[in-house]
Design a protein around this ligand. Structure first.
Ligand code: HEC
Length: 109
């Protein structure tokens, strides 16, 4: 049993280090696990990104995940309706990562 604990501990440490050292999320992290999402978006779009809070719509709906990347990037950077703009708050890389993670939420049930 002990042999299984070490890799888990290493992974946990690595993840913690990634979160602390870089604001840039790991490329393979999911939208809802992205600290940038949790901090900036979850209050309106929900912890599960399924929407409902403060009129924030679901980000895992077919409509959003199949929207062109440029539209999503533009909405996040420049705002849309009641959605605030994040251009000055997040880096282009952080916005790109969010767009990629929204797009890849599609394959999930
Ligand atoms: C203050 C609440 C609020 C916050 C914070 C917020 N959103 Fe939104 N978001 C909204 C609302 C409201 C809409 C619907 C805008 C509309 O269509 O009028 C929206 C729409 C969107 C859309 C869809 C745009 C489209 O093309 O229809 C995306 C993508 C999105 N938000 C991503 C994000 C991301 C990523 C973050 C964090 C960086 C975030 N939002 C933070 C409220 C919020």
């Amino acid at each position: 049993m002990k042999t299984f604990r070490f890799p888990i501990a290493v992974c946990t440490l690595f993840l913690a280090a990634t979160v602390v050292s870089a604001q840039t999320p790991a490329a393979d992290s999911t939208l809802t696990a992205n600290p940038v999402f949790e901090k900036n978006c979850a209050k309106c779009h929900g912890k599960t990104a399924a929407g409902r809070h403060l009129r924030g719509p679901s980000l895992v709906s077919e409509k959003i995940t199949s929207a062109p990347e440029g539209d999503l990037r533009n909405a996040i950077a420049n705002g849309k309706g009641h959605m605030p703009k994040f251009a000055g708050k997040l880096t282009a890389e952080e916005i790109d990562a969010l767009v990629q993670q929204i797009k890849s939420s599609k394959s999930k049930p």
